[in-house]
Design a protein around this ligand. Structure first.
Ligand SMILES: [Zn+2]
Length: 200
């Protein structure tokens, strides 16, 4: 059934959200129109503002509305530790585990040549540049425990290994093939404390 172009466009636009198919998008659109007009306006305003104002932190590529993100700007965090993650959602998962008080670098996903994601596309040159800055003693590679994540971790450890840097990898308790964003904080905290050097 078609309602008209405006509602059809709303339903179509809602389908951009992860896990939202045609049926769910229809239900969301009609619910907003029937009962949640003010919530819908708030959502559209928040979306509009976020899409225009949120950019990548120039130091770590985390999302931020300022040039430098809050984590990079926090003087209480340890400059000696740099944790490499595949996405901002993985950064968020690690932050919520309260196990890590260093800095981050957010890659643009994992290496996957078949999908057109090589070192340049995921930000390896910026990462290498970031690591060259003085003061980093340990790099923790927290890519996902997937085939691509493992390959990415291996590639990074080869590229950044200069003999002086301690390079570690999250080890225990992470489900193979999983994503950090879906792992509970306790498991992630355990994986963090059990990280292992990869360049010995
Ligand atoms: Zn940052």
């Amino acid at each position: 059934m078609k309602f008209g172009p405006v509602i059809d466009e709303l339903i179509d636009a809602l389908r951009i959200l992860p896990g939202v198919g045609q049926k769910t998008a229809q239900r969301m659109a009609l619910e907003l129109l029937e009962r949640k007009r003010s919530g819908g306006l708030r959502l559209s305003k928040a979306l509009d503002t976020a899409m225009h104002d949120i950019q990548r932190c120039v130091r770590c590529r985390n999302f931020t509305e300022t040039e430098i993100c809050a984590i990079c700007d926090d003087s209480r965090r340890d400059d000696g530790l740099l944790c490499i993650v595949e996405s901002a959602s993985d950064l968020l998962a690690i932050e919520q585990s309260h196990q890590f008080k260093g800095r981050y670098f957010v890659l643009g996903g994992s290496l996957s040549p078949i999908d057109g994601r090589g070192p340049d596309q995921i930000g390896i040159p910026q990462l290498v540049e970031r690591i060259r800055e003085a003061g980093i003693s340990e790099v923790i590679i927290a890519t996902n425990p997937t085939v691509e994540g493992e390959a990415t971790a291996h590639y990074i450890s080869e590229v950044i290994n200069d003999g002086s840097l301690l390079i570690t990898r999250l080890a225990h308790g992470l489900p193979l093939g999983g994503e950090l964003g879906f792992v509970d904080g306790e498991t992630l905290g355990y994986a963090f404390s059990g990280r292992k050097p990869v360049n010995e």
